[in-house]
Design a protein around this ligand. Structure first.
Ligand code: MV4
Length: 513
């Protein structure tokens, strides 16, 4: 086993990886930028090494600096986390070339799955269902012909893309050439690669992904699904497992397809195969055809991995380390079952009233919920600064319960106990989604938040109400009255002692009732 691992990341995921290392008796090295000198992930590590200015490009994305840091501290391996360099095939190759172990799949697997056109062809060959379409065409005429054959609406995607960048929905032939032109421009600008592909657009689909896991000896399994349809602008907000829509038959079919996909690129370590799923196409409902299609494979640990860990009962991050060190994954597919229901909510520092723009500031209060079946993966503590340099993810609130209904109740109660002052958060938004009948019915598609969910943040309370709430807290120690979140900034109030006891507590909040 490795003696020392450098974690090439920051925030909650760096801490999550360090916890796994500690349990395995592995020493940890943190890397940090100017902005993260005092960050929690630095305090959690056994050693820390400065790698540059706040801008990610000059620190967390700088391959040479990170490899040099690993060499300097005598680390045996690098864990990339998610984001940053985690899906950069050149980085994985450079790590290996420096006699270090990259904790993840091979550089070749990353490269093959990074190209959406090439991977789609490979998936088709491997018998993985893909969306009907055409890859690798050039001239506008070919696109016209292809779109006609596929039938409108069609979707134009960047071959080098992923995560929705360079994607255009085209309703009819009149819109086609402009969509192609702008998608090409965006793809060239974002990826330096203007190749496009075109496929049938599936409008009312769910995002269902399958966790796969393999060792370097050819053992490769799936660990069931995660339903990730609650998202906005390609940013996931709530994830859960099991999916409320999958039948045991579809689950098995999708799991087997995911394993075929991974096997086709000789995959090992943790990975996720993303599918688009339309329940109306499933034979149980109206259709009789294929109901799920391969979209892309994420060749890394995902943000939402904890819900799988809770329901399957496996520490995925520890196993990432163990299989990277060459251990065998000592299970068979039938060993794995799903126990209970898990949900993850992503708490973002953002302002729902201003179109969810990131909200920055000092965390004057940051009190995480706790209790049976509650897990919080976060990278912040009270007094920390939330800056504009990095992802606005404050914390992942994860619950596990006996069934979906109880998991939703547990999440609602835990969210009420999550107190954040100093930045604005999406807590009220999350509560509104959880309380919505469409969510209860499992009817949320990937377009639902943007098209069906008419939610507006509660309007500001009157100044008098604010003063009353503040007075209740100041003058009655331990009072259960408080100003909800930090939407309501009272001049002078935010300078007070963050440890003041009147800032703690939960229960009644203005604006909630
Ligand atoms: C699609 C689609 C509908 N039809 N492909 C979004 C990101 C990338 N993974 C592919 N994506 C989509 N591809 C076809 N043929 C709808 C989406 C999509 C989506 C997929 C998963 C999760 C969220 C999404 C949000 C908008 C669009």
């Amino acid at each position: 086993m490795f003696k020392k691992i450098l974690i090439a990341n920051r925030g909650e995921i760096a801490i999550r990886i360090m916890r796994a290392c500690r349990e395995l008796g592995i020493r940890t090295v943190a890397v940090y930028s100017d902005a993260d000198k005092n960050a929690l992930h630095v305090q959690h590590a056994d050693e820390a090494i400065h790698i540059g200015p706040a801008a990610s490009k000059e620190s967390y994305l700088d391959m040479e600096k990170i490899i040099a840091a690993a060499k300097k501290t005598n680390a045996d391996a690098i864990h990339p986390g998610y984001g940053f360099l985690s899906e950069n095939a050149s980085f994985a190759a450079a790590v290996a070339a420096s006699q270090l172990t990259f904790i993840g799949p091979s550089a070749e697997s990353i490269r093959l799955m990074g190209d959406k056109a090439e991977s789609k062809i490979r998936m088709k060959q491997a018998g993985v269902p893909t969306v009907p379409g055409v890859e690798g065409i050039g001239a506008e005429n070919d696109f016209k012909k292809a779109a006609k054959e596929i039938g409108y609406p069609v979707l134009v995607k960047a071959a080098a893309g992923g995560g929705g960048k360079g994607m255009r929905v085209v309703q009819d032939e009149g819109e086609l050439s402009e969509a192609i032109e702008s998608a090409r421009r965006e793809a060239l600008h974002a990826f330096g690669d203007e190749r496009l592909l075109i496929e049938k657009y599936i409008p009312n689909a769910h995002h269902v992904e399958i966790q796969v896991f393999g060792d370097q000896h050819g053992n490769l399994f799936h660990l069931f699904e995660r339903e990730c349809s609650v998202q906005r602008r390609h940013q996931k907000i709530i994830e859960e497992t099991p999916s409320p829509l999958l039948t045991p038959e579809l689950r098995a079919e999708m799991g087997e397809a995911a394993v075929r996909a991974a096997r086709a690129v000789n995959y090992f370590n943790a990975g996720t195969v993303e599918f688009i799923f339309d329940p109306d196409l499933a034979s149980l409902r109206h259709g009789s055809g294929q109901a799920f299609f391969f979209l892309e494979m994420n060749t890394r640990l995902q943000v939402e991995h904890p819900i799988t860990e809770l329901v399957v009962g496996l520490d995925l991050v520890q196993w990432q380390m163990r299989v990277a060190a060459g251990e065998r994954f000592p299970f068979t597919q039938s060993h794995f079952t799903q126990r209970g229901h898990a949900i993850e909510c992503r708490l973002y520092a953002e302002d729902p009233a201003s179109g969810f723009l990131p909200s920055t500031g000092k965390l004057l209060q940051f009190s995480e919920p706790r209790g049976p079946g509650i897990r919080v993966d976060s990278g912040f503590t009270i007094g920390d600064e939330v800056t504009h340099f990095y992802d606005p993810l404050l914390a992942k609130l994860i619950v596990h319960a006996e069934d979906r209904e109880r998991a939703i109740q547990r999440m609602q109660a835990a969210l009420k106990d999550f107190i954040v002052h100093g930045v604005l958060t999406n807590i009220d938004f999350l509560q509104a989604v959880l309380a919505h009948p469409d969510f209860a019915n499992g009817e949320v598609t990937t377009r639902w938040v943007e098209t069906n969910f008419n939610w507006a943040p509660p309007s500001e309370p009157s100044f008098e109400a604010l003063v009353a709430a503040v007075l209740a807290e100041v003058t009655v120690p331990g009072s259960r009255f408080q100003v909800s979140g930090s939407r309501y900034q009272v001049p002078g109030l935010n300078e007070v002692d963050p440890y003041s006891p009147w800032k703690t507590g939960s229960g009644f909040r203005m604006g909630a009732n």
